[in-house]
Ligand binder design. Structure first.
Ligand SMILES: Nc1nc2c(c(=O)[nH]1)N[C@H]1C(S)=C(S)[C@@H](COP(=O)(O)O)O[C@H]1N2
Ligand SMILES: [Mo]
Length: 201
């Protein structure tokens, strides 16, 4: 599927709408680390300097919020999440990833989506370091998943055996959230049923 295509029931918008369900934290780089833990042999932490001094991957993809707005041609720069997680030696029983953030948001993602070639830990958006409102210093991005999975201000990647709800998933948003399958709400795909949720992710 082309990244320029519009997934079902989405509408192109011109500008990002900035969300921060639990507020917009100011992250101090001197204490910020990205930690990989949970079902791994060797939990590890990366500093911002370490992460941004590795050779970066760049691509242009669209961005899709489950509330039906999409932004075309967003340029991301960052590192494949797989490359950050592999050195921690993931245990074979791991099936899910939880992205945790500085201010307490979280998002659950199947391990196969989080470790795909095009799943990035993003540090730059449209050529500039992420702004404080858009997740500085880091946010994951998985092109085929709705944007609530792109947790801003991320500081921890937890490997888990079984699925658990993250922030929006507790309000009935879907476990996986694939945009092409239209997985907006738990137990539904191929339909859009906004009224079934308790909030708007
Ligand atoms: N920490 C955090 N990350 C978050 C959210 C949030 O409320 N807090 N909202 C999510 C949702 S629903 C969307 S659509 C995108 C919006 O990204 P933007 O604020 O950069 O436009 O961020 C996602 N990541
Ligand atoms: Mo969203």
């Amino acid at each position: 599927m082309s990244e320029q295509a519009l997934p079902p029931h989405q509408v192109w918008g011109r500008k990002f709408i900035i969300y921060g369900a639990l507020g917009i934290p100011k992250v101090d780089l001197s204490s910020w680390k990205l930690r990989v833990d949970g079902l791994v042999e060797n939990p590890i932490e990366y500093s911002y300097d370490q992460l941004t001094s590795m050779p970066q991957t760049r691509y242009v993809k669209s961005f899709h919020c489950v509330t039906q707005w999409s932004i075309k041609d967003v340029e991301w720069e960052g590192l494949p999440i797989r490359g950050l997680v592999e050195p921690a030696k993931v245990k074979p029983e791991a099936g899910w990833v939880m992205f945790h953030t500085v201010e307490g948001y979280s998002a659950a993602v199947p391990i196969e989506d989080a470790l795909k070639d095009d799943a990035l830990m993003g540090f730059k958006l449209n050529g500039k370091p992420l702004s404080p409102e858009q997740g500085f210093p880091a946010r994951p991005f998985m092109p085929s998943l709705y944007a609530w999975k792109s947790a801003k201000w991320v500081n921890r990647i937890e490997l888990m055996k079984d699925y658990r709800d993250g922030y929006w998933e507790q309000y009935r948003y879907h476990e996986r959230g694939n945009v092409w399958e239209e997985e907006r709400f738990k137990g539904h795909s191929g339909t859009h049923q906004r009224h079934r949720a308790f909030g708007t992710a």
